[in-house]
Design a protein around this ligand. Structure first.
Ligand code: PRX
Length: 645
């Protein structure tokens, strides 16, 4: 604890020295002129200005001499009968160089956007790194998104290049990725090249001049004698990638992260939160299509010379013991997973854990949503055997890396609390007007002490960060104003997270969930407006309102109130049609769990939907609806309360 307090104090008192010291352990083509320049007004944040680097030289090349034969990636296929793959740092170097050359050979240049739409195969990680090698900006899209969602993202990023595969295996399913891409590209004539990797052997149609096979392209560059691919020299602030995420309004936004700050922070947080030691096997169960996979399957572990385990399948196939089998098979030391996965496995009881050793585990991590105490204790007792620290890591796509978490074995855990901010992270709670809540400022006085200006005080409010950390969002692609208004305009001089939090008397933060119209369904972020827009596309829907409700496994479920103009609102078929519409427009992850047909929605006199009331009804809190007097027609509420699902 003293070690943490000391590091925290240094990071607040002299952030530039603190981060420069950490940055000095990386490989730079050229050192920086200035560590940090920033203002949250524009916002304009620059770390390590003037520095030149390439992140792949830090994630691969610099390890070759000493760790060339160490596994960089261990890949466990969907089907446990299929052979696994081990990719050493030497192999990774060769493969990333090959694919980087393939990209160059196909016309991709520094700054071009490359969309990657693949399942969890090593070629996905290799593609990400190959883009970074040549300075192309990768934008990975999760394999569960629909053609329509892909098209929106491709258009927003003006991505002219795509890397995909014929299909992806996930449990019993075989998802035809290339065919989804083909549907998306109907609306994206600007796409020049699609590189298709073979995985499932699902039949695909290849369009002449546009579509090429990954394997053929590699042969081509081999014939051309292209082996090494010199890494592009990148500016510290050049964009590294775009990752789309949902907000409370409109279409998903492209969160942009830049090269140097992101590299340093993912590395620092990876090593410190998990207390990663050389040789440890690190298993993060996320998909690389989400930020967790970017930061803690690819960049964090590889920049640390670690061994990262990539799993193609799902935790419940062929049975609910699959994760434990993987832990035992590779003697995994750290398991980093999501509460929703834990809850779904808990539902199978302890049977699937029988005959599993799990003795190799040293640390367990949780991410994506608040972890309920029951799931926390189940993990602790049955998986960690009460000997593994559990780190509850709070962060976001926009933060690039973990901001609030206990540090394994160093700072104490507290079930359902993410606990303390990492060194370099100045967390604070503010009230609705933006006033700091007394006793909530982790960096008051520039020195960390438990609850500095109000020992014994508990506080709650909206979670903000008042000082930049290296991997803070730089912009939203193509629309800087949107970045400003979403994150930096709500409260002056603060980065606003969109989350509410409590802080206990010892300075531990407990994240209570989103305070905006964003849902967290099975750890996936979904905007209610997005789901409403999708539902409203259905011809017979007049309007709709979507809210979250507590769901035993998913954390939050999606509850849709729909004003329907068709004749048979209760027909099973209509519900199915609406669900199919959402699946088609966004993807299966956004399918409503509950649909209630209503004749109208509760609105204020100015026409605003009163979601607060709908939320309460969805939560089953009928007697606690609060003030309904401002409603245009209070009878609507009575009808909805007594309506059936
Ligand atoms: O509400 C918080 C929740 O997930 C949101 C961020 O979602 P996303 O950008 O998709 O990134 C997820 C993985 C980093 C946050 O605003 N969240 C994430 N981690 C936690 C959490 N809520 C509570 N506890 C956590 N550990």
């Amino acid at each position: 604890m003293a070690e943490y307090e000391d590091a925290y104090a240094q990071s607040v008192q002299n952030p530039e020295n603190f981060w420069a010291d950490i940055a000095s352990h990386f490989y730079w083509r050229r050192r920086w002129n200035k560590v940090l320049e920033w203002n949250f007004k524009d916002p304009d944040v620059k770390w390590f200005t003037g520095a030149k680097l390439n992140i792949t030289e830090n994630c691969i090349d610099r390890h070759l001499e000493k760790l060339g034969n160490r596994p960089a990636i261990i890949w466990e296929p969907n089907d446990p009968e299929e052979h696994h793959r081990i990719i050493t740092y030497k192999d990774l170097h060769e493969k990333v160089n090959q694919v980087a050359n393939v990209l160059r050979n196909n016309g991709v240049k520094k700054g071009d956007r490359v969309c990657i739409y693949m399942g969890m195969i090593p070629e996905l990680a290799i593609s990400v790194l190959a883009c970074a090698r040549i300075g192309a900006i990768h934008s990975v899209i999760f394999g569960g998104f629909s053609a329509r969602s892909i098209a929106d993202r491709l258009q927003d990023a003006q991505a002219e290049y795509i890397i995909t595969s014929d299909g992806a295996f996930r449990g019993q399913k075989d998802i035809p990725l290339k065919s989804v891409i083909d549907d998306a590209l109907v609306a994206c004539p600007f796409v020049k090249k699609v590189i298709v990797c073979t995985r499932t052997r699902t039949p695909v149609s290849m369009i002449k001049g546009r579509d090429v096979w990954w394997e053929d392209e590699i042969k081509k560059i081999e014939t051309l004698g292209m082996t090494d691919c010199p890494a592009e020299e990148m500016d510290a602030e050049d964009p590294l990638f775009i990752l789309y995420t949902s907000g409370s309004t409109g279409k998903p936004k492209g969160v942009v992260h830049s090269c140097a700050g992101y590299m340093i922070y993912t590395n620092y947080s990876f090593v410190n939160v998990f207390q990663y030691k050389p040789g440890d096997i690190f298993f993060c169960t996320a998909d690389i299509g989400w930020i967790t996979g970017h930061s803690y399957i690819v960049y964090g572990p590889l920049s640390a010379g670690g061994t990262t385990l990539m799993f193609e399948g799902v935790p419940t196939w062929p049975d609910a013991g699959r994760l434990w089998d993987i832990v035992d098979k590779y003697r995994v030391n750290t398991l980093y997973t999501a509460p929703t996965a834990v809850r779904s496995l808990m539902a199978y009881g302890l049977g699937p854990l029988q005959n599993k050793s799990l003795a190799s585990l040293k640390v367990i991590g949780s991410v994506g949503e608040p972890i309920n105490e029951e799931a926390w204790h189940w993990l602790d007792e049955h998986v960690g055997k009460s000997k593994c620290p559990i780190v509850d890591t709070w962060w976001q796509t926009e933060t690039g890396g973990i901001l609030i978490s206990n540090l394994a074995g160093i700072t104490p855990s507290k079930p359902s609390y993410a606990t303390l901010p990492l060194p370099g992270v100045q967390a604070i709670l503010v009230d609705e007007q933006g006033n700091p809540v007394p006793g909530s400022d982790s960096a008051a006085d520039g020195v960390y002490k438990a609850n500095p200006e109000g020992a014994g005080l508990e506080s709650n409010g909206n979670l903000c960060i008042k000082f930049p950390w290296p991997s803070i969002i730089r912009t939203t692609y193509g629309d800087h104003e949107r970045c400003r208004t979403t994150y930096f305009a709500t409260y002056e001089n603060q980065y606003f997270t969109g989350d509410g939090a409590l802080r206990d008397a010892n300075g531990n933060y407990r994240i209570t969930g989103r305070v905006d119209d964003v849902l967290n369904v099975s750890g996936h972020r979904i905007g209610t407006a997005e789901v409403e827009n999708a539902i409203n596309m259905h011809t017979d829907v007049v309007e709709s309102a979507v809210v979250g409700f507590p769901h035993e496994i998913k954390g939050q479920g999606i509850y849709a109130y729909i004003v329907y103009s068709g004749r048979n609102p209760d027909q099973v078929l209509t519900r199915k049609d609406i669900i199919a519409t959402v699946s088609r427009i966004i993807g299966p992850i956004a399918k409503p769990d509950k649909i209630q047909f209503v004749s109208s929605l509760p609105k204020t006199r100015s026409g605003k939907i009163m979601r607060r009331i709908l939320r309460k009804i969805a939560e089953g809190e009928m007697d606690n609806l609060g003030d309904t007097t401002t409603l245009l027609d209070p009878n609507v509420v009575e009808e909805i309360k007594h309506g059936k699902l």
